[in-house]
Design a protein around this ligand. Structure first.
Ligand code: NIG
Ligand code: FE
Length: 403
């Protein structure tokens, strides 16, 4: 049932043994203290850290962000407060396209500096792995600029970065009414170049009536398959466009948003093993009325991840901890499902099997919170940041400074 989520068992009086970048053992404190890896050593453990009753979780994973971008969308926020819809703003040439203009004008240095601030706050919240999408460049040069900036963030901050090429995010102004030509450019020039330089770990697209059709997404996914890149999809966010089924057909790592996905779509996700990534920040900020089909996803045992969707237009938020609360209150997740959504299931959404669960052999990425139970992490609107974060075996004492 809802509270039996594999990978989320809680060990009381627990302890964790690490060596270098890896976890060696996890279990009850008494058992860990007599662990053979400790007994074998002729010297004392290098460092013993008392977590003093804290809740030790795997390092949090934000598996869906657009956190490299130029400018902001505060003007559109005001328009939306006056009643103009997100789709209408997009049709008038604003929305994603206005961030595209600002991103194209920004230098790598400017993008890196604004993104670093966001990532630094995420790290302080216990995030040790995050995904970053391109999609605000929409020319080969600008998409590659975004992906290089994204990759470089892990050189300066204690976080692993998974990059995603989202060339099919919006139809650029210069391709107005020529979206097929743009998709051709994405498939024939952008994707091969990005793949050749190993700038992206996966490929995403926005399947929606204000973006790309199923047929166009299919072309992008076929090219990705040819280049051996896994895919994910912004699916059924504003309308039911059959996005979940399309993602499943290509064995996507994840299908994201899913507010309008129907039961056939949910069943398809279950069969393909695709993770459903739920994004309560966008749901809240766009004042959506229809929730993703959580009961169906649960019934069909589709793993559910939770992410910030950090972006300037639909989800200007960088707190994954806040998403825990929003996932429970707005989407009806249990605290255990919410925590699984930012750990074990988020790792699966990124195709990463070496993290997200505390087990021998996994990366020593973890965070210690002052919380008595999983519920205490989800119930406050804005949790205290963790008192300790360890990334790849290194103790990071918050606040996180640029290295
Ligand atoms: O995930 N839906 C498409 N992409 C983003 C929004 C991007 C934007 O509005 O700038 C999302 O919500
Ligand atoms: Fe998104």
């Amino acid at each position: 049932m809802a509270d039996k989520v594999p990978g989320t068992e809680v060990i009381e009086e627990g302890a964790l043994l690490t060596d270098g970048e890896e976890i060696v053992a996890v279990g009850r404190r008494v058992d860990i203290l007599s662990h053979s890896a400790l007994a074998r050593r002729d010297k004392e453990v290098d460092e013993a850290v008392d977590c003093a009753g804290g809740l030790l979780l795997p390092g949090l994973i934000d598996c869906h962000t657009h956190l490299v971008f130029g400018g902001d969308r505060s003007r559109e926020f005001e328009q939306r407060l006056e009643g103009v819809s997100y789709q209408e703003i997009s049709r008038q040439g604003g929305g994603i396209r206005s961030t595209v203009a600002a991103t194209r004008e920004s230098s790598e240095q400017e993008l890196r500096s604004s993104a670093s601030g966001r990532v630094s706050r995420m790290c302080a919240n216990g995030v040790t792995t995050l995904e970053v999408k391109s999609g605000y460049g929409l020319t080969l040069k600008d998409e590659e600029k975004m992906l290089s900036v994204a990759r470089s963030l892990s050189e300066r901050l204690p976080v692993s970065i998974h990059t995603t090429f989202l060339g099919a995010h919006a139809i650029p102004e210069e391709f107005h009414e020529k979206s097929d030509d743009y998709i051709q450019l994405v498939c024939e020039e952008m994707l091969p170049s990005v793949a050749k330089q190993q700038l992206a770990d996966s490929v995403d697209a926005f399947c929606e009536n204000i973006a790309f059709t199923n047929q166009q997404v299919r072309q992008v996914f076929e090219k990705a398959r040819e280049l051996s890149l896994p895919v994910r999809l912004h699916a059924d966010q504003l309308t039911n466009s059959g996005g979940a089924g399309l993602a499943a057909e290509f064995g996507a790592l994840s299908a994201d948003h899913l507010e309008y996905t129907d039961e056939a779509g949910v069943k398809a996700l279950a069969e393909s093993g695709t993770v459903a990534v739920l994004l309560p920040g966008a749901f809240y900020f766009l004042k959506e009325k229809q929730c993703p089909p959580v009961a169906l996803l649960r019934e069909h045992q589709v793993p559910m991840a939770l992410a910030t969707d950090c972006n300037p237009g639909s989800s200007p938020v960088d707190s994954l901890l806040l998403m825990l609360n929003m996932g429970c209150v707005m989407f009806g997740l249990t605290p255990r499902e919410a925590v699984a959504g930012v750990t074990v299931h988020a790792a699966k959404a990124l195709g990463l099997s070496d993290r997200g669960v505390l087990k021998p052999g996994s990366r020593a990425d973890f965070a210690v919170f002052d919380a008595a139970t999983l519920s205490h992490l989800c119930y406050p609107i804005g949790v205290e940041p963790p008192r300790m974060v360890v990334q790849a075996g290194c103790l990071m004492s918050p606040p996180h400074k640029l290295l």
